[in-house]
Design a protein around this ligand. Structure first.
Ligand code: AMP
Ligand code: MG
Length: 391
């Protein structure tokens, strides 16, 4: 059994290299950027009014000021603002030369003719200076960024209509277990529905990649061998769920080994999720995950997701926060790092959910993340601060 940190180090040595492709900006959310992006011009590209009002010289305030012209957004000023002058300007408009501030229209009194007077007290210029956000050539986004809506806005701003991204990894997902039936079927006797495959596929998708469901295979060594050997031809990454432990029908590690895979590890010191096989052969990788649905979920989040993110050039995906426990929690054994499902409370604290163990998937209904109890720690007191891995 190895520590999670060690397991991550090993996984990191066997990353996939999915390559790169160009996609349209519109198709880029959820993809990993495969190039550094730089600003193609200063942002803002000109001194810009951030309020509706009048562009003028601060030293001339409170006026009176003669109004030269109207400057809506999109219009290039035709007049320089001199002493005792101003131009009416709208938010987003280009500030005319000579002006060093924009006074808000709410603070202006109209006088006779085309003249105004400032009636407020001056506090700020209300001008966004040319290049104050980014200079032409400055780094806008780093290679490896997982693209989210705000990044699309940034890329649109610099005219990046086509983006170089990492190709998606296509993972195969295989469920093992003679008790399993497909979601569409009615389970009979001691059968249960296969809930892990679709859950895993959605986790793969959320991590920016794609998955193919490969059905269910019975707990039979020959069937499993045949299935896995065929699949490794088609997939660089295979996620197998079930049969990963040490029971009589836990056949996955043995089959992988017979197929010439190197078993890099078979157990990780975490709870839930201890039985976890990581195997590789000639650049192909297989994770043998638990059958228990919560374990399977946690194993994906803690190990498979980092593997996918790193393979795509991204960073370790989980955010961490420190959070105050609003209720205490005690466990009996403390030999492994424990992931306790928690919800966030309005005041900034967190609380454990009712959790019956690694088969209790419904406990994750309102999941915010997992509070970490390191090995050796049995109790979290009410009011104590704890590390929470956000999911
Ligand atoms: P295993 O890892 O095969 O020993 O399975 C552990 C537990 O998880 C058993 O109760 C299985 O019935 C259950 N299980 C295994 N595979 C799945 C699956 N794909 N969906 C839901 N439960 C499963
Ligand atoms: Mg099983």
């Amino acid at each position: 059994m190895i520590e999670l940190g060690k397991a991550l180090q090993i996984v990191r040595k066997h990353l996939l290299s999915p390559g790169k492709e160009t996609v349209s900006l519109a198709a880029s959310p959820g993809r990993y950027l495969a190039e550094d992006l730089r600003a193609d011009r200063d942002i803002p590209p000109f001194h810009k009014a951030s309020m509706d009002g009048f562009a003028c010289r601060k030293e001339d305030l409170p006026g009176p000021l003669e109004v030269l012209e109207l400057l809506p957004a999109g219009q290039v000023p035709s007049e320089r603002v001199g002493a005792g002058q101003c131009s009416r300007i709208m938010t987003g408009g280009q500030v005319p030369e000579g002006a060093d501030c924009v006074i808000m229209q709410e603070h202006v009194v109209m006088e006779s003719g085309e003249r105004i007077r400032f009636s407020g007290s001056y506090s700020e210029s209300h001008i966004c200076r040319k290049g104050e956000d980014l200079r032409k050539g400055d780094l806008l986004l780093e290679e490896g960024t997982l693209l989210e809506p705000q990044h699309l806005g940034m890329m649109a701003t610099v005219g990046k209509n086509e983006v170089l991204v990492t190709r998606r990894i296509h993972a195969g997902i295989l469920a093992t277990g003679s008790e399993l039936v497909d979601v569409s079927e009615v389970p009979l006797g001691a059968q249960i529905r296969n809930s892990n495959s679709l859950q895993l596929a959605a986790q793969v998708q959320r991590a920016g990649h794609t998955a193919e469901l490969l059905g269910i295979v019975m707990d039979d060594k020959d069937l499993l061998t045949e299935k896995i050997s065929g699949l490794m031809e088609r997939f660089d990454l295979l996620l197998v769920t079930g049969g990963a432990s040490v029971g009589e029908f836990d056949l996955v590690p043995g089959v992988l080994q017979d197929q010439g895979f190197n078993l890099e590890f078979e157990r990780v010191a975490m709870q839930p999720g201890k039985p976890l096989t990581f195997a590789q052969r000639d650049g192909k990788v297989c994770f043998g995950l638990s059958g228990n649905p919560v374990s399977c979920f946690v194993q994906f989040e803690m190990l498979v997701k980092p593997f996918l993110c790193w393979s795509a050039g991204g960073d370790l995906p989980q955010g961490h926060i420190r959070c105050r426990m609003e209720e205490g929690f005690t466990r009996r054994k403390s030999d492994r790092l424990f992931f306790l499902p928690v919800v966030l409370r309005p005041g900034g604290g967190c609380a454990p959910v009712e959790y019956h163990g690694s088969a209790h998937l419904h406990a994750l209904d309102k999941l915010a993340g997992f509070a970490e109890l390191p090995a050796g720690i049995t109790t979290l007191k009410r009011g104590e601060e704890v590390d929470v891995r956000l999911i």
